[in-house]
Design a protein around this ligand. Structure first.
Ligand code: ADP
Length: 472
C-alpha cells in the first residue's frame, strides 16, 4: 500500500539558519574535495606519464647505441627489478605485431592498441591510455613510443600506488569533513540561538504585556547592536503606547465625571417637575434650567467634535487674512466688563498689526478661551496684560496673555492641554476642561503652537504663536 512520509521541519529561524549554514558548508567542502581530487589525480598522472616517457627514451638510447637485443634484455631486467606485476614491456613492429615482451602472465588481458601504433607511425612521439582490468581494483597506464626504425615499445605500469594514495586521500578528507561539518552545524546552531536570543526577549516581553501590564520593557544588553536597537525601538513604542493608554483612560474618567453632573442635574429637575406638578410647581423655571443644562452638554459635545476635527486637519476652516492684533483687542473689549466686575484690570497692548492667514472665527475662539481662563483663574485684585509682538526672526507672530492669577502646579503643566483635564484647585471655578485643548488644536490647524509658563501663586503667561503671513 503506497504511503507518504511527511517530514515536519521545525519552523524556527535558528533551525533554518543552521540548515543553510550546514548546506553551504557541505557544498563548499564538496567543491574543495573535487578541486583537490582533480588536482592530485592529474598531477599523479602527469608524473607517471613523464616517468614512462623517460623509460621509452632510455630504450631508444640503448637501441641506437647497442641494438635491439640489448633493449630486450634491458626490458627484462627492468620488469624483474620493478616486479612483473608492476610493469611490463612489449616490443612491436610498426604493423602492431608483437615480437618480444617481458613476462605477460599477469597482463594477459592487455592487447595492442593498433590505433595508438598508427598514430606513432604518423609522427606522434608518445601515445598514452589508461585501462581498467576486470576484477582488479587498480588500473594500468600504458604508453607507446617509437624507439627505432619500425620498432615500437608498449610500456604498462600498474597505477596501484596512485589508486591507494587517492583512496587514503578520500578517506582522510571524508573523516575530516564529517567532523568539521558536525562542528560547523553545532557552532552555527549555537551562534544563531545566541544572535536571536534578543528577538526572543522582545517576543517574551510582548507576550507578557498582552497578558499583564504595560510597564514591562525589554532588557537592553550591549552585546548585539542590531538587536539592541530593536529592543530600544520596541521600548520607545511601548512608552508611547503606555502614554496613549493612560491618556485615554484619564480622558474616559474625566468624560464620565463631567457628563455625570449635568445629566444628574437634568434628571433631578425632571424628578422635581413630576413631584412639583402634583403641588402646582413652577414648570417654566425647571424647563429653563433643563434647557440651560442641555445647552452646556451640547456645547461640550460640539467643542469635542471641533477638537477632533481640528486634530484631524484644517477640516472646514475658512482661511482668510486676519489681523491677530484686532482679534486680541476684540477679545479684550468683549471680556472687559466681566474682568471689571471681578475687580481685575485687563489691558491690551498691540503696537502693530499682526497679519496671519487663518479662520477668523476659530482664532477668535482660541484667544477668547485664553482670556476667559485668565479672568477665571485671577482673583481680585489682579492684572491681565494682552500683548502682541513678532518673534526675533520675524517669522512668527505672538499674542501673549499674562495674568497675576493662581498659576499652575509644575506637575499639572504638561497635562493642562489634555481634553477634560482640570487642575484640582480650579475645579470649583466651573468649566469643561476643553478650552485649552481646543485652543491648541486651533493653533495646530494654523501651523502654530501655544506655550505656557507659570509660577504657582504668581500667575501664568500663555503665548499663542502663529506663522507670520508672508508679504507677497
Ligand atoms: P477649563 O474649562 O477648566 O478652564 P481649560 O482647558 O481651559 O479648561 O483649562 C484646563 C485647566 O488649566 C483649567 O482647569 C485650569 O486648572 C488650568 N488653567 C488654564 N488657564 C489657566 C490660567 N490662566 N491660570 C491658572 N490655571 C489655568
Amino acid at each position: 500500500m503506497p504511503f507518504a512520509i511527511k517530514i515536519e521541519l521545525p519552523r524556527s529561524l535558528s533551525f533554518r539558519l543552521t540548515l543553510w549554514y550546514g548546506i553551504i558548508f557541505l557544498l563548499s567542502s564538496c567543491l574543495a574535495f573535487l578541486f583537490f581530487y582533480v588536482l592530485i589525480s592529474t598531477s599523479l598522472k602527469q608524473r607517471l606519464d613523464s616517468r614512462l616517457s623517460d623509460k621509452i627514451s632510455e630504450f631508444e638510447a640503448i637501441y641506437n647505441l647497442q641494438g635491439l637485443e640489448e633493449v630486450k634484455s634491458a626490458a627484462l631486467i627492468e620488469s624483474q627489478a620493478a616486479g612483473e606485476k608492476k610493469i611490463f614491456f612489449r616490443l612491436l613492429y610498426a604493423s602492431g605485431v608483437a615480437f618480444s615482451s617481458s613476462n605477460m602472465s599477469y597482463w594477459q588481458e592487455i592487447g595492442i592498441n593498433r590505433k595508438a601504433v598508427a598514430m606513432l607511425v604518423k609522427g606522434r612521439s608518445r601515445v598514452y591510455e589508461t585501462l581498467t582490468l576486470a576484477g582488479r581494483p587498480d588500473r594500468v597506464r600504458i604508453a607507446y613510443g617509437i624507439i627505432g626504425r619500425g620498432v615500437v615499445v608498449q610500456l604498462g605500469y600498474s597505477m596501484e600506488n596512485d589508486t591507494s594514495f587517492i583512496a587514503i586521500f578520500k578517506k582522510i578528507f571524508l573523516i575530516t569533513m564529517s567532523v568539521l561539518i558536525l562542528t560547523a552545524v553545532l557552532a552555527g546552531w549555537f551562534m544563531a540561538r545566541r544572535a536571536l536570543s534578543g528577538v526572543e526577549a522582545v517576543t517574551r516581553t510582548a507576550q507578557q504585556i498582552s497578558e499583564s501590564d504595560l510597564s514591562r520593557r525589554v532588557p537592553i544588553t550591549s552585546r548585539h547592536e542590531e538587536i539592541d536597537r530593536l529592543a530600544v525601538t520596541f521600548n520607545q513604542m511601548l512608552d508611547r503606547i503606555e502614554k496613549l493608554v493612560v491618556g485615554i483612560r484619564e480622558m474616559g474618567d474625566n468624560i464620565a465625571h463631567d457628563l455625570k453632573s449635568p445629566v444628574a442635574r437634568i434628571r433631578g429637575m425632571a424628578e422635581l417637575s413630576i413631584s412639583d406638578s402634583s403641588c402646582g410647581g413652577n414648570d417654566e423655571t425647571l424647563a429653563g434650567s433643563t434647557i440651560e443644562e442641555c445647552d452646556r452638554l451640547l456645547d461640550m459635545i460640539n467643542t469635542m467634535l471641533m477638537i477632533s476635527k481640528s486634530d484631524a486637519g484644517a477640516g472646514d476652516a475658512n482661511m482668510e487674512l486676519v489681523d491677530m492684533a484686532e482679534v486680541a483687542c476684540g477679545a479684550a473689549a468683549l471680556f472687559g466688563p466681566l474682568a471689571e466686575d471681578k475687580g481685575v484690570s485687563l489691558n491690551c497692548n498691540m503696537p502693530e498689526p499682526l497679519m496671519v492667514e487663518g479662520d477668523l472665527k476659530m482664532l477668535q475662539r482660541a484667544i477668547a478661551n485664553l482670556v476667559d481662563n485668565a479672568i477665571k483663574y485671577t482673583p481680585s485684585p489682579g492684572d491681565i496684560d494682552i500683548r502682541g509682538f513678532h518673534d526675533k526672526d520675524n517669522e512668527k507672530i505672538n499674542v501673549s496673555i499674562k495674568d497675576s492669577g493662581i498659576g499652575i502646579d509644575t506637575d499639572d503643566l504638561p497635562k493642562i492641554f489634555n481634553r477634560f483635564f482640570r487642575c484640582d484647585q480650579s475645579r470649583a471655578a466651573g468649566g469643561s476642561g476643553l478650552g485649552l485643548s481646543l485652543a491648541r488644536a486651533i493653533a495646530h490647524v494654523h501651523g502654530g503652537e501655544i506655550h505656557v509658563e507659570s509660577t504657582p501663586g504668581n500667575g501664568s503667561v500663555f503665548t499663542f504663536s502663529l506663522p507670520r503671513m508672508q508679504s507677497s
